[in-house]
Write a protein that binds this ligand. Structure first.
Ligand code: 4AD
Ligand code: MG
Length: 452
């Protein structure tokens, strides 16, 4: 039985078994206490091994942090504080030892920096284990939300020929012998340049224009050389796309979605959240409840810039109309000015990708970014340009070769309709939910510039 279940079971005379990894062993004169954890929950199960049991000296007294074990025994009421039950061992089996001289994880707390050097072992710590259980919970919550909202999940390609964001941040996919030999492998394996997707949006649009409401949830890749606590070269994005939808409805969905996800974690991850509240961020629960309990502030880019200009605050990057908001501006707006999640809309066309719908005054586009306290941008989205001629002009203005995007233009040539969508940075959401300050600590195996 998993420890998660055992801890909720009443003491019983039945013989049962438990398997897990030793966290600590404490010895008394004629008995040992072994804390074991199997990853099913944060809490350990305390196993009590009496000196007269088989293999006590040969096995039990040699157990160290990290050993994989199996105990059989009985569940009894525990006299100790902080636990209802303990496991009284009758037999022990050791699956695998973990020599203390070399095993890097010991009983003390390790820094997250240290743990990043052992990404294959760090899931055995309380903190990374808790992050990953919450991550798993959120994955199912994402899918549940879209099921309830009648969306169809589409698996958009990982290898893509479109640079959706137009920022030239694609990793190129090629083969060792590219450029030599015969087609199809020369000069390009796919017959044309291809790379790892930066966003599934363009492909999702094709499906939204047929199935109405779709979403894609997968890994995305950006070859940007940013060494910040909020950027990864490989991250996961949730991207819904809706036909017959304008920017306002798009924002409404984003707000409902974020509130749903945070409420789900508040409801289902008590124990793991408590760990982060205790060790990472005392105000965590309060911050999460504040998101679910109030309407997101909505403001335009022009208003936001005016507020920033008049704030009297010195920013590292000066701000004026036409320049992009930096993380420091985004945080200042959501933390100091609006005191909570803030949606900024209608950015200058010149700083946003070609696919966003041009507003009537011709200078701004129907874009929206959701800004969160302590994170900055967590969602980026827009209403898409659905007018063929306008899209063509926008592409020309951004030096995008229309030949490579004929299929995308076709979506406007045949049965075009207003549509909109957004992308949620899944790791940024996890940072917000756990309070973890570095994005490298909320993904299993982080990939960043210079490091994989
Ligand atoms: O704002 P972005 O670039 O938007 C898009 O890619 C759109 N095509 C999405 C859409 O409309 N379907 O990225 C969306 C979100 C950001 O708000 C941010 O949370 C996250 O993805 N993000 C990153 N997360 C981690 N590391 C990076 N390098 C990220 N770049 C963006
Ligand atoms: Mg963005």
């Amino acid at each position: 039985m998993l420890i998660k279940k055992i801890l909720k079971t009443s003491p019983t005379a039945e013989i049962m078994e438990v398997k897990g990894w030793v966290r600590t062993r404490r010895d008394a004169k004629d008995l040992s206490f072994i804390e074991i954890n199997d990853g099913s929950c944060l809490k350990n199960l305390q196993v009590v091994a009496q000196g007269d049991m088989d293999n006590f000296e040969s096995l039990v007294r040699k157990l160290t942090t990290g050993c994989a074990v199996r105990f059989t025994g009985r569940l009894a009421a525990s006299p100790a504080k902080g636990q209802d039950v303990e496991f009284q061992a009758e037999s022990v089996e050791v699956y695998g030892w973990a020599p203390a001289e070399s095993y890097p994880l010991q009983k003390k707390r390790h820094s997250f920096e240290f743990l990043r050097d052992i990404p294959h072992l760090r899931p055995r710590t309380n903190s990374i284990g808790a992050v990953m259980r919450i991550r798993g919970q959120l994955v199912t919550a994402v899918n549940r939300f879209f099921e309830e909202e009648d969306f169809v999940q589409i698996h958009t390609p990982v290898i893509s020929t479109s640079d959706c964001e137009g920022a030239g941040e694609m990793f190129i996919v090629t083969t060792p012998g590219a450029g030599e030999g015969e087609p199809p492998c020369a000069p390009y394996f796919f017959g044309r340049p291809a790379g790892l997707t930066v966003s599934g949006q363009l492909e999702a649009e094709a499906y939204a224009m047929a199935l109405g409401r779709v979403y894609t949830f997968g890994p995305t890749f950006r070859a940007e050389n940013s060494h910040t606590s909020r950027h990864l070269a490989e991250f996961w994005m949730v991207e819904p796309e809706m036909a017959f939808c304008d920017l306002r409805e798009d924002i409404d969905l984003a707000e409902k979605f974020l509130k749903f996800l945070i409420a789900d974690v508040l409801d289902n991850c008590h124990e793991d959240l408590e760990l982060f509240t205790k060790f990472v961020d005392k105000g965590l629960r309060h911050r999460l409840e504040a998101v679910t309990g109030r309407a997101f502030t909505r403001t335009t880019y022009s208003e936001a810039v005016e507020i920033l200009e008049n704030s009297g605050k010195k920013f590292e990057y000066p701000i004026s109309w036409g320049s992009d908001l930096q993380a420091e501006h985004e945080r200042f707006l959501s933390e100091e000015i609006f005191g909570g999640p803030t949606v900024v809309t209608d950015y200058p066309a010149s700083i946003k990708p070609f696919y966003m719908r041009l507003n009537d005054e011709g200078k701004t586009v129907a874009a929206m970014d959701v800004l969160f306290p302590s994170i900055g941008e967590i969602i980026g989205g827009s209403q898409r340009e659905d007018r063929y001629e306008v899209l063509e002009k926008r592409m020309a203005a951004q030096n995008i070769d229309p030949a490579a995007y004929q299929w995308y233009l076709d979506l406007r040539r045949y049965g075009s309709a207003p549509h909109a969508g957004f992308g949620l940075g899944f790791e940024r959401l996890l940072q917000f939910v756990t309070g973890m300050t570095n994005i490298r600590d909320v993904i299993a195996f982080p990939r960043t510039a210079g490091r994989a």
